[in-house]
Design a protein around this ligand. Structure first.
Ligand code: NAP
Length: 314
């Protein structure tokens, strides 16, 4: 295995990460209203203190503000943090040369010489996985990215990315996809199984289904803003799932609904990266790791959520 091959191992050792989409995002997350830089800093500090040292950001989060904020935090830190960021394939940046160029700008915002994981944020009908991976390989060769990942890639595109990177002796480190008890598409369409087979770490985004799997929202009390309309149907099906999460949590020394939901993902072999708007949320989320549900509990949660939505076949 090449040096880059050995490098991907660190991702498999991480149980839990911290999502940084909330850092500066006003449209979905209400940055400036529901949380401020102080809350973000506190959630970051609490996470580190509780052993969560992997932060997932992107150049588009808060139009670069999320990366800038993380850069500020890192400057004041004397302990290592693993940093993942992402390239967005905007229609005006579709040749491979744009990828190292965009990473350079991310590195400047982050105040770093390299990131631990550089991911392509979304596939694009205008840019092939091969072109994307040529650009990503260049980032590794320049020493600006330790490892390469993709995000929102289905199995076929993932295999094309895997093969292209393989020609450069670079393993595909991760695929970051939507995965929670309320969205099990990656289990049903084979992506999770394929990731395991190929040693690709599956990173689970929106692991709390944007707050639904915390028990605080219901049809009578929907989440604010865009999330409220996005989840009208799902909220109606939520109560039995929350009841079961509560029941299981009680058997594990009073674990919360969100902690059980995150632990279910860990048991499935995924790496959850919940977002947090406060120190308290970050503290609770960190408590989703470091223990395990029983196989029987995982099976009960599977059964309770099997038919919660329809899944496409690949
Ligand atoms: N690659 C991609 O395309 C993609 C897409 C989406 C997300 N992501 C990444 O994945 C990360 C996580 O996903 P996400 O932010 O969409 O959703 P999430 O982690 O499922 O939910 C985060 C939200 O849930 C609420 N929350 C979190 N912990 C809580 C707790 N312990 N108790 C009560 N409420 C809690 C907070 O919102 P409220 O307090 O407002 O309810 C928080 O903003 C993002 O930050 C980002 O890094 C990537």
């Amino acid at each position: 295995m090449s040096e880059a091959g050995n490098e991907t191992r660190f991702l498999h050792a991480i149980e839990m990460g911290l999502g940084a989409w909330q850092w500066g995002d006003r449209v979905v997350w209400g940055y400036g209203q529901t949380h401020t830089d102080k809350d973000i800093r506190e959630s970051f500090d609490v996470s580190l203190n509780l052993g969560v040292r992997f932060v997932d950001t992107a150049e588009v989060y808060g139009s670069g503000y999320s990366e800038r904020l993380l850069g500020q935090f890192l400057k004041e830190l004397d302990q290592p943090v693993l940093v993942a960021t992402k390239y967005f394939p905007w229609p005006w940046r579709l040749t491979k040369g744009f990828i190292p160029w965009a990473l350079k700008a991310s590195l400047e915002r982050l105040g770093l010489d390299s990131v631990d994981l550089y991911q392509v944020h979304w596939p694009s009908p205008l840019m092939s996985p091969e072109t994307m991976m040529e650009g990503m390989a260049e980032c590794v060769k320049r020493g600006w990215a330790r490892t390469v990942g993709i995000s929102n890639f289905g199995e076929k595109h993932m295999l094309r990315a895997y093969t292209t990177l393989g020609r450069h002796g670079i393993p595909l480190a991760s695929n970051q996809v939507h995965y929670s008890l309320l969205n099990r598409e990656v289990e049903k369409n084979g992506t999770l199984a394929r990731c395991k087979e190929l040693g690709i770490r599956l990173i689970a985004y929106s692991p709390l289904e944007k707050g639904l799997l915390t028990g605080k929202y219901s049809s009578q009390n929907p989440p604010p803003g865009l999330r409220g309309s996005q989840y009208i149907d799902l909220l109606k099906k939520l109560p039995p799932v929350i009841n079961l999460l509560q029941e299981i949590g009680l058997k594990h020394g009073d674990k919360t609904v969100s902690q059980v939901a995150l632990n279910w993902l860990i048991c499935k072999g995924a790496l959850p990266i919940p977002g947090a708007k406060s120190a308290r949320q970050a503290e609770l989320n960190a408590g989703g790791a470091g223990w395990r549900l029983t196989d029987e509990e995982v099976a009960r949660l599977d059964e309770a959520t099997d038919n919660i939505r329809e899944y496409r076949k690949n």
